[in-house]
Design a protein around this ligand. Sequence first.
Ligand code: NAP
Length: 289
Amino acid sequence: MSEQLKGRPVAKAIYNEVRTALEKAATTPCLHVLMVGDDPASQYYVGNISKRAAKVGINVEVESLPADVSRQALLQRIEALNADAAVHGVMVQKPLPSHIDTAIVDAAVNPAKDVDGAHPLNVGRLALDRETLVPATAQAVLEILRHYGIHTAGRNVTILGRSAVIGRPLANLLLYKNEPGNATVTVCHSRTRDLAAETRRADILVAAIGRPRFVSADMVREGTVVIDVGVNQIEEGGASVYVGDVDYTTVTIKASAITPVPGGVGTVTTACLVRNVYYAWQRMKKIDR
Ligand code: NAP
């Protein structure tokens, strides 16, 4: 049976780091969240961020806009928040309604306040290994590896999924000449020819595809470290439950270590997002001086 890589101790260490730094600086940074429409999953995620942020001394303002808000009205709100010196982080919660182009919104947020790390400038800086704001989920995977002393240098890391929020930024981070980093990275997607052959080569396997229990035991080599990023809501036994992209029950027998869902990557993602607000505040202070 494998070691369970729980997210809670990792998140706790991050919250402690942020709380201590903010107490020392005697400041309360502010994150402003724009929510378009009333997606329940988004409301839950943002509610959780607000609760966690408050505990470490970060103020979160949540502003709800109607689902039919025009692109222009949304961009005007972003502009106003970009210019507001009392706001240190700006987050536009996704998914956005289909009449609003996400790429345009990402590029409209001031890169210095872009706590989602989605602005093209920040994406480019990440690819070039320069200081930047990094998407929280990709950070969370690295934090788990670091916390549990799982080395990546020279090892084969296979990532399932090439999205802009997880697969791509994570691949970049794992290529850094750091620890964690220095990995040999393979990124798979829906057009990968023999997925199981790729996953079986992995020393560390990261699943981020949004397919419930997709990764089965026969896709995993004995002793692999498995990081399950997936969060999928399914109906089972007459109840609604959350499961990962990995078939936990069978894969845990072969893996040397595995993250649970829930209670794994997601828990740490919230902490990394909260820490990004602190990082944004810190960078703003540097610019002020
Ligand atoms: P996404 O944008 O839909 O991307 C999914 C990726 O998986 C795509 O690259 C897609 O390939 C690939 N894919 C889909 N089906 C596949 C298959 N059968 N075989 C191989 N590759 C396949 O999703 P996302 O936003 O990255 O999210 C992925 C998962 O992570 C979801 O379950 C989401 O809920 C979860 N998530 C978790 C956290 C957390 O904190 N734990 C945060 C964010 C998201 P193509 O590019 O070829 O289409």
